[in-house]
Structure formats: structure tokens, C-alpha cells
Write a protein that binds this ligand. Structure first.
Ligand SMILES: [Zn+2]
Length: 255
């Protein structure tokens, strides 16, 4: 299995790729560090982070889905909006872990450890701002992809951490997802921030503001009405529709 790989977006911002492909972001202040998301957890992400920094660390989960939250099994604690606790409980359970163990081709001992590892339920995220020492981080509530989804904004770098609010393929079709119009309202509110650069969990490279503003403009009734039925691998049982609010970026929502 591949190890984690790190790319330095700014000197104090690292976008880290999990062995199974999702990305997490590490923010380094003078006094504290903040980690946004924990990945799938098939390797010990906490040990990996400790190889980068020994600053006091806060783990914040963007939402409760498996590819962002399961890695919390390696950390003593995490923070998340309580609206996503039911999502977290469902997606960090044995059924999801068994699927991931197959994808990761875990050997029998690693598989057993992965399936049986305990994971602390996230504590309630109620801070609006984290001060890391020369680096502040704002929490933005963005209900849509899930009820308790958030994004983070780092004013110093004019950097937006999108969570699953945007990806090359943005998914708003889960049973726990809110209506596509609620999602769109949350996404448009992110565009009011003066960010210049953004990072998404399922994209390797940083994104520029213009491409996301273009996507926001495409989130409208004409787009919803012209969306075509689609099939998403692994979720064929859910009727979905899809369209491109901006060229090359797909939005998939419940039909
Ligand atoms: Zn998600």
C-alpha cells in the first residue's frame, strides 16, 4: 500500500493524500496545529502527523463520512458538528470498514485490527474560530452534503478548505444529504468569503477562486431542471440526476 504523501500548499499549510486517495489538510500555527479530516484510517495517520509536528493538535472533522472520519480511530479525540453524529455512527461502523479493508487489500492481521479498532465519538464543535498562534481558522457551517458539514477559512492565506462541499464530482444524493437548493445556498455563502485559493478533499491540486465562482453561478433552477438521470458506481440503488454547473465539474443530486 502507498504511504501518505504531503504537498506544501503554503509553508504552514500541508495537503496530505491518504493511501486510498482522499486528502486531509494540516494547518501549522506557532503554538498549535489543526488537522482538517483524518482519512480512511487504514494506516496510522496520527503517527504520521507526529512525524511532521509535535505541536498540540486539534482534529476537526468536515463531516461524518467514512473517508474523512474513520482515521479518527488513531487520535485521542476529534471535533465535529453534532448534526453529523448519526452519519458518523453509520459510516464508521463494521459494514463500511469491511468494504474499505477489501479496497485497501489489508492482510488478515491488519484487517482484524482495522475492523476492531475503537473510535471515539467526536466531541461537539462549537468554536467559530481557532487561534493557532499567528494563524486563525474560521469554521463555516455548510449544511447540504450532510446536515453537519463544514468548511474552514484561513484569512492569512485567503485559503478556503472546502470539505465535501465541492469536489470534481460533488455528491448531494445521500439519504442524509439535504435538498440540492439548501446545498446551493451553503455553497454560495462560501463565495462571499474573500478567498483566492481553495483545497478540496478529492482533488490533488489547489483550485482558484474563478472556477468555484463559476460553479456557484451554475447552481440555478435551469441547471437543476436540465439535469439528466445518472448512475454512480456503488450507489446504483439511489436515483440521482447530474449536470455540470461549470465545465468539467459535476454536481450529482437526488432525483
Ligand atoms: Zn462526504
Amino acid at each position: 500500500m502507498r504511504d501518505f504523501t504531503v504537498s506544501d500548499v503554503f509553508p504552514d499549510v500541508k495537503h496530505i493524500r491518504d493511501p486510498l486517495g482522499v486528502h486531509m489538510t494540516l494547518l501549522l500555527g506557532r503554538e498549535r496545529a489543526l488537522l482538517f479530516d483524518a482519512g480512511y484510517g487504514v494506516l496510522d495517520f496520527h503517527a504520521f502527523i507526529r512525524g511532521i509536528t509535535d505541536l498540540p493538535l486539534t482534529l476537526v472533522l468536515s463531516h461524518g463520512h467514512h473517508d474523512h472520519a474513520l482515521g479518527a480511530m488513531h487520535f485521542p479525540s476529534s471535533l465535529m458538528l453534532p448534526q453529523d453524529l448519526p452519519v458518523f455512527r453509520e459510516y464508521t461502523g463494521r459494514r463500511e470498514r469491511e468494504k474499505i479493508a477489501v479496497t485497501a487489500r489489508l492482510g488478515s492481521e491488519a484487517r482484524e485490527n482495522y475492523l476492531s479498532a475503537s473510535i471515539h465519538e467526536p466531541e461537539k464543535l462549537d468554536a467559530a474560530v481557532f487561534e493557532l498562534g499567528g494563524l486563525s481558522v474560521q469554521v463555516i457551517r455548510t449544511p447540504g452534503h450532510t446536515p453537519g458539514s463544514i468548511a474552514l477559512y484561513v484569512p492569512k492565506q485567503r485559503l478556503l478548505l472546502l470539505g465535501d462541499n465541492w469536489n470534481p464530482q460533488t455528491w448531494v444524493f445521500f439519504p442524509e444529504s439535504l435538498d440540492v437548493r439548501t446545498y446551493s445556498q451553503s455553497f454560495r455563502s462560501l463565495m462571499e468569503l474573500p478567498f483566492q485559493t481553495a483545497l478540496a478533499p478529492h482533488a490533488e491540486a489547489p483550485l482558484n477562486r474563478a472556477s468555484l465562482v463559476c460553479f456557484a453561478q451554475g447552481l440555478n433552477e435551469t441547471g437543476f431542471a436540465n439535469a439528466k438521470p445518472a448512475r454512480i458506481r456503488g450507489y446504483e440503488h439511489i436515483p440521482v440526476k447530474a449536470f455540470e454547473p461549470a465545465p468539467g465539474a459535476m454536481l450529482v443530486f437526488r432525483a
